[in-house]
Design a binder for this molecule. Structure first.
Ligand SMILES: [Zn+2]
Length: 282
């Protein structure tokens, strides 16, 4: 069983690049089945309205039962105040099992994290190289699992990727996917230091070839149990409780989070770093 944990699907409504224009699965499906990939996690391309985009992904997921999983894409900024209702629909109506957030849309918020917590969903958050936030996510939401795609940087910033591995070593709830990582030594380092249990195979299809991405994982020459963890076991573990309401939670003594969505939602998404005199964005 091989599961690709990272693939886009459906139409974007932008026109600036493949990422917000079109994520047709026609070639992807052929390439994936030739490579022996049995199941794939789908989420939208960039879109100005993820309610629309998620519904299209839901239609694709439903078209081939057992072949696809769905993640709800949310824009942490534009969807402020409706993240929970978008995710609730995705879980209850579409059967989705995770949340996707991209920093290109806006920085992740407490609203996203508490929603993930209340539905027991993993969050796949593209930090675009800003891996330091994972320290905060890991500490503030120890009961939420975060998958950081591209080992922290699609741009292949080795500094960010190496820093993310440190964070994966130190926090049990920070994972990474392999999609688009070019420097093979860094993938090897991730497995060696953080362990195969912290890495998930993802392709970033349909724009990257899933067979090429899978070959990288094969080239790691892992033991059979470690390889099967990376190729699907870890993902299945992370979605094991998807959709179940959060109950008693873990060793930090945070007992019950069902009340948490009643908390006021922060109105600032980025306050800037006062020590660097960064501009304050709201
Ligand atoms: Zn992607």
């Amino acid at each position: 069983m091989i599961i690709d944990c990272h693939c886009h699907a459906g139409k974007g409504d932008g026109l600036t690049g493949p990422w917000d224009t079109d994520a047709s699965l026609e070639k992807y499906s052929r390439r994936a089945s030739q490579a022996g990939i049995n199941q794939t996690v789908l989420f939208a391309a960039f879109h100005s309205d993820y309610a629309v985009a998620n519904r299209e992904v839901a239609r694709i997921v439903a078209s081939r039962p057992g072949r696809f999983f769905g993640f709800a894409f949310v824009n942490a900024v534009h969807d402020r105040g409706r993240v929970s209702s978008l995710v609730r629909q995705a879980v209850e109506e579409f059967g989705f099992v995770g949340i996707k957030v991209h920093r290109h849309d806006g920085n992740i918020t407490r609203e996203v994290c508490t929603t993930a917590r209340s539905f027991s969903l993993p969050v796949l958050y593209d930090v675009m190289g800003e891996v330091a936030v994972c320290e905060l996510l890991a500490q503030e939401y120890p009961d939420v699992n975060f998958i950081i795609p591209h080992l922290g940087s699609f741009a292949d910033d080795w500094r960010a990727q190496t820093a993310l591995i440190d964070i994966m070593v130190r926090y049990k709830n920070i994972y990474a996917d392999t999609a688009g990582v070019r420097r093979f030594d860094i993938l090897e380092q991730a497995v060696r230091r953080a362990g195969a249990k912290k890495l998930l195979f993802g392709s970033d299809g349909p724009w990257l070839h899933p067979g090429v991405e899978l070959a990288k994982v094969r080239a790691l020459a892992l033991s059979i149990p470690d390889e099967s963890a990376v190729l699907g076991g870890n993902f299945l573990r992370l979605i094991g409780k998807a959709g179940q309401p959060a109950r008693m939670v873990n060793e930090v003594g945070l007992a019950d989070f069902r009340h948490i969505h009643h908390l006021p939602i922060a109105t600032h998404t980025h306050r800037g770093d006062p020590w660097l005199q960064e501009e304050v964005l709201c």
